[in-house]
Design a protein around this ligand. Sequence first.
Ligand code: AMP
Length: 398
Amino acid sequence: MNILVINCGSSSLKYQLINSDSEEVLAKGLCERIGIEGSAITHQPKDGEKITAQVEMKNHTEAVKYVIEKLTDERVGVVKSLSEIGAVGHRIVHGGEKFANSVVINDAVLEAIEECNDLAPLHNPANLIGINSCKAIMPNVPMVAVFDTAFHQTMPRKAYLYGLPYEYYENHKVRRYGFHGTSHDFVSKRAAEILGKDRKELKMIVCHLGNGASITAVKNGESIDTSMGLTPLEGLIMGTRSGDLDPAIISFLCEKEHKTATEMIDICNKKSGVLGLSKGLSSDFRDLGQAAEEGNELAKAALETYSYRVAKYIGAYVAAMNGVDVIAFTAGVGENNGSVRADILGYLGYLGIETDQEKNGIRGEEVIISKPGSRVTAMVVPTNEELAIARETVRLIK
Ligand code: AMP
């Protein structure tokens, strides 16, 4: 069966058509600037050339129409008609406490997702627009919602509560939710598979280090703690996000810089992290690595601070699980940047990890990077959130 995987942002729509039997990506693409002047669709069929077409997309429904048009096009298409799309899987950012698993979408589910809009005001409304647009164009195709937060719903109370008045949890649902759940689930499962072990018998730490970054303690197959919180701003230092801060910094800087809290949070989300630490040099770890090699002290400081934070979280999660068997790296930086991985592993000698420098030089592949006999296995496992969404979709509609 062919599954259309949709990841909808406020002005963008990413898609992949995946054959669930072969798990092959038949085509993928991106609609950009939806509702803005200069909108365009980029479409890449499996064996063909990538094409970009400037087309007016006034809204997401028009974008979905173009996606279907491209997928069924005589020249660049990969299926003959809409009837060859068996189901749609939607990535949904926030499922609050309502969703601990993926679900088949119906009216009640749509309502419940809408009730989580408050918790992710930038993402959930866009995700809902994506669902409604697909519904308008493909009313008879079943759809499944896969939540970024769902995998973390197994966290115990002591991990998800903040040290705030309890009423804020009761009245406003302020608690740790965590994100990147689809990735943490996929990677921990795959890591166990590669090692020929049962995930239910392992203590694992998954480091999802991309532009957004989070780290999760997976014990016996369940997320028991994770670094992102109510929103994706908490935890690790990221490309442009600050990660953990003393909350008092916000009001302090609001006064000093004459900004509102909303403006400061925007800076924490978009202008901080390694971008901010390097005084705007770059949020891209390739640029920072090169600048650091050329002697740029701020780039070095940004990279050092980044790795140190990851190492501290690993230490915390080793304590939370009373040990660790596997540390897995994934996402853009985790999969490709051996230098960052080596820096992080450099802190973990106490765990008996010895890095195999040659293996650590490999990029973007499944590879064990700790030396044989290492007490803890360190490994790289490329993530594939779209495939995970396609698998969930098939599982639920069958
Ligand atoms: P993601 O959000 O998972 O796409 O990750 C984006 C980050 O991955 C960026 O900071 C990139 O610098 C980093 N990245 C991607 N490819 C490479 C590479 N080949 N070498 C080093 N870093 C990379």
